[in-house]
Write a protein that binds this ligand. Structure first.
Ligand code: ADP
Ligand code: GN1
Ligand code: MG
Length: 381
């Protein structure tokens, strides 16, 4: 079989497994159309439509959890249930319109659990599909950036009083950028896919930036920065907006919601919302300062009420560190032979790393202005 045929057969196998998994959920009707959905790099996502009886067709987002990445899916689902119930209750208390479009909600499995397991031990879950929505692209004007910043600030605010024990860490040391740097160095030294010689310049870029990467994780560990419940993957793609109006609806992809630093989410937002190119395109990539300032303003409008002084100061560092951290993760995966992030074409992880390099450079060049913009945003709110 050719490579393309192999890939086609693998995709068909995955779709067949998804069809079988659909039957494990309380669908309230007959499963009809099923198709791969979205641009996530980690899980397998499918749009599943369900028909009747006597009801209009509706859709679910069926997902297989990536177990190579998430080693304890049941702890993860425990987090997810607590978080979504808490947010939903808040939205209803505050009288938000359409609360069902502003928070993920799970469709139970037939045995009543929040997830189902297939015959191979795979973990599946099903969400109500948030219709008439799309993933947010990078912002094209300041008003859009302001709205996305406010959506993430409000997400953190809603979770600030989550009762109960500390959330499980679904991926330990997820944003410990020093640990990420060490893993990157190991990947460069091991050179498992024989690619290191062809990316010397990219490796050198990140090697020059190892120092100082531990600034936020270190401050969290020492207690000088307050631990919060954060999303930890607050990139534009995980923010749904209304397809017609562009109004922010909700953050999805809650697998990494766990204890973290506020600056992690601000950083992931900055690297995607205020960037001038898509994540995998180095050409034209940079930080658009006007969008960044608007993002900071929107975020501050929600977060000023609970963020401490040191947390505010950490925000531009979050942007800068996360841009480098993402870049070295992408490059490490390229060096490992593309085993972690899903790629749509050969070389995509390298392109993602190269784009991160341009973005990090642009942030370094505009550093004083970035800090000024964050300060001004908090001074105004
Ligand atoms: P991954 O972990 O692979 O990134 P996500 O949970 O982010 O997977 O889902 C992939 C994409 O599917 C998201 O980026 C978003 O565009 C879309 N999506 C996720 N959940 C829903 C939902 N309940 N309704 C509509 N779209 C969704
Ligand atoms: C992954 O799953 P997705 O595509 O939303 C990754 C993030 C990275 C992001 C880069 C669990 O997010 O950490 O920032 O790709 N998620 C995990 O786009 O590693
Ligand atoms: Mg995602």
């Amino acid at each position: 079989m050719s490579g393309a045929e192999d890939q086609g057969a693998a995709a068909a196998g995955r779709l067949a497994a998804a069809r079988e998994a659909a039957g494990l959920f309380e669908l309230g009707g007959r499963p009809a159309g099923l198709a791969a959905y979205g641009d996530g790099h980690i899980n397998e996502s499918y749009a599943l439509s369900v028909e009747g009886p006597g009801a209009p067709a509706r859709r679910l987002l069926l997902q297989r959890i990536n177990q190579a990445v998430f080693r304890d899916p049941e702890a993860l689902m425990g987090n997810l249930l607590r978080v979504t119930r808490h947010i939903r209750a808040k939205l209803e208390e505050d009288g938000h319109p359409e609360p069902e479009r502003r928070c993920l909600s799970l469709v139970p499995a037939r045995d009543g659990r929040a997830f189902a397991r297939d015959a191979e031990g795979g973990y599946w879950r099903a969400y109500r599909f948030i219709e008439d929505s799309r993933s947010s692209p990078a912002a094209s004007h300041p008003a859009a950036a302001r709205g996305l910043g406010a959506a993430v600030g409000s997400f953190q605010a809603m979770l600030a009083d989550l009762p109960g024990p500390r959330l499980a860490e679904t991926i330990p040391r997820f944003h410990d950028a020093s640990a990420r740097f060490a893993a990157f160095e190991e990947a460069a030294a091991e050179d498992r896919a024989g690619r290191a010689a062809s990316v010397r310049r990219e490796i050198a870029f990140f090697e020059e930036r190892g120092e100082g990467l531990g600034r936020i994780a270190g401050a969290l560990a020492s207690g000088s920065l307050r631990e919060r419940i954060t999303h930890n993957d607050a990139k534009a793609d995980n923010l749904l907006v209304d397809a017609a109006t562009g109004e922010p609806l909700c953050l999805v992809d809650l697998d990494t919601v766990m204890p973290g630093a506020a600056a992690y989410d601000f950083g992931d937002l900055a690297r995607t919302v205020s960037a001038t190119s898509p994540e995998d395109r180095a050409e034209g990539m940079g930080l658009e300062l006007g969008l960044f300032a608007a993002l900071a303003e929107g975020y501050a409008s929600e977060a000023a009420s609970f963020l401490s002084g040191p947390e505010r100061e950490s925000l531009p560092w979050g942007a800068r560190i996360i841009a480098v951290e993402q870049g070295l993760r992408f490059l490490a995966d390229h060096l490992d032979g593309d085993t972690y992030y899903r790629i749509a074409r050969p070389g995509q992880n390298l392109d993602r790393a190269r784009a991160s390099i341009e973005l990090a450079r642009s942030m370094e060049a505009q550093w004083d202005a970035m800090r000024g913009a964050v300060e001004a945003a908090f001074a105004r709110s």
